[in-house]
Design a binder for this molecule. Structure first.
Ligand code: HEM
Length: 409
């Protein structure tokens, strides 16, 4: 059953700074209204409870894409917007946009090089990068986001892929521009900027691939160029899209998790004190950082078959679902005392990394980065919040503009 839903009455407005500053009380009101709420402004059925979001993620009758099964006409859609050709090209072979059998094939090939072992082997290099960034960042007063989280995270993904570290700032600018495309509120100006950035990014990665093909190095791009599975190999376009999705997915969410999570720590200093004292390990605490203030608030799925039943509603093919990760992670039916930030909770089965077919490929790397970053921050004596931070004016990718912290000089 879908409940009549007046977004304004509960305060659900993805453009409203008050909502963006703290969406969680609004989510609680939405969960009380019912499990499925139709958001008319985007013709989207919002799914807000943990059990339902979890079921959606694992339901193969739902897809991130529909064109492998249906035509645009059948779905009453016009195809990809021809104005954004470069953006569309950068997404064409992105794992995030594929469904089986293409997804299965590409994920198998990429997973052959993006292994837990190859990630684990990076630990000493990531530790060195964190120490290095923190040395240059931590003056008596520093912004955790711009002087630590962003350059650290981009340096990690550059190291892994084999992208020259001095190109980090360009990649950051392209990535910031591209991800605006996923927001509810994207303007044509932002879309044009995303398209331009995608074009430059494609050209840049294309050149790197040519270089690695002639002279392979000990990095992921070389491995992607060389990987083969029973005679199957990645095409140049597939490698380009894979590198772009790894670069984009690989740092935006990690930066926002660190920012949102550390803000949560300083709003609950007694919790941070437990981490600093070594009572709770960074490995355990980072799971609560991911759950309590999700860096990714919503993912969408298309209904590919009639008869899918979620939250008591039967869906029809062509309908679109919005899975509310932020709400699911605060669902009291799943998490006892769900609004409490408890660093020792240690519950890894939150929705932070998704689930099912598209479960985050980079989860082991993200966890390693977060663990190392939290551990490095915990040994800075007397770290404190200097001013209440503001969130960026975006809903889907939730993150802070800045997080000013104080540390001894
Ligand atoms: C804290 C940081 C991160 C969070 C919270 C996160 C979250 C997610 C989520 C929720 C999905 C699934 C989306 C869906 O089901 O529609 C996903 C997919 C993905 N993530 Fe992450 N991610 C993080 C870090 C990373 C990193 C570091 C990388 C790689 C370097 C990465 C690469 C990917 C890729 C390639 C996919 C697509 C997988 C597929 O479709 O098969 N992520 N991520």
């Amino acid at each position: 059953m879908t409940v009549a839903f007046d977004p304004a009455a509960v305060g659900f407005d993805p453009q409203d700074p008050v909502f963006l500053a703290d969406p969680y009380p609004v989510y609680a009101r939405m969960r009380e209204l019912g499990p499925i709420l139709h958001y008319a402004a985007r013709d989207l059925f919002l799914v807000n409870r943990f059990a339902d979001v979890n079921a959606c993620l694992r339901d193969r009758r739902l897809g991130r894409e529909y064109r492998h099964r249906h035509t645009d006409d059948e779905f009453g859609r016009t195809g990809p917007d021809p104005r954004w050709q470069q953006f569309n090209a950068s997404e064409q072979w992105s794992l995030l946009n594929l469904e089986p059998p293409d997804h299965t094939r590409l994920r198998r090939l990429v997973s052959k090089v993006f292994t837990a072992r190859s990630i684990g082997a990076l630990r000493p290099r990531i530790q060195a990068l964190a120490a290095d960034r923190l040395r240059s960042a931590a003056s008596p007063d520093f912004d955790l986001i711009s002087t630590f989280a962003q350059p650290f995270s981009i340096a990690v993904i550059c190291t892994l892929l084999g992208v020259p570290p001095e190109d980090g700032p360009r990649l950051l600018a392209w990535s910031h521009a591209i991800v605006k495309m996923y927001e509810f509120t994207a303007t044509d100006f932002e879309r044009q900027a995303a398209d331009d950035a995608a074009g430059e990014f494609i050209g840049y990665v294309g050149e790197l691939i040519i270089a690695r093909r002639s002279e392979p190095e000990d990095d992921l791009i070389s491995e992607l160029v060389l990987v083969a599975d029973q005679g199957d190999m990645l095409t140049p376009d597939e490698i380009i899209c894979t590198v772009i999705v790894l670069l984009n997915a690989g740092h935006e969410a990690t930066v926002n998790t660190l920012g949102n999570g550390m803000r949560a720590m300083f709003r609950h200093p007694e919790q941070w004190a437990r981490v600093v004292a070594g009572e709770v390990s960074p490995t355990t605490a980072l799971e609560e950082m991911l759950r309590w203030d999700a860096p990714l608030q919503l993912f969408e799925r298309w209904v590919l078959e009639d008869g899918v039943q979620i939250g008591g509603r039967v869906f029809a093919v062509g309908e679109r679902i919005g899975m509310m990760f932020g709400s699911a992670n605060r669902d009291p039916d799943r998490f006892p005392d769900a609004d409490a930030f408890d660093v020792a909770r240690g519950d890894q089965a939150h929705i932070g990394f998704g689930g099912g077919l598209h479960f985050c490929l980079g989860a082991p790397l993200a966890r390693l980065e977060l663990e190392i970053a939290v551990a490095a921050l915990a040994v800075l004596p007397g770290l404190a919040l200097l001013e209440e931070p503001a969130y960026q004016p975006y809903f889907v990718l939730r993150g802070l503009c800045a997080l000013r912290l104080g540390a001894p000089g």
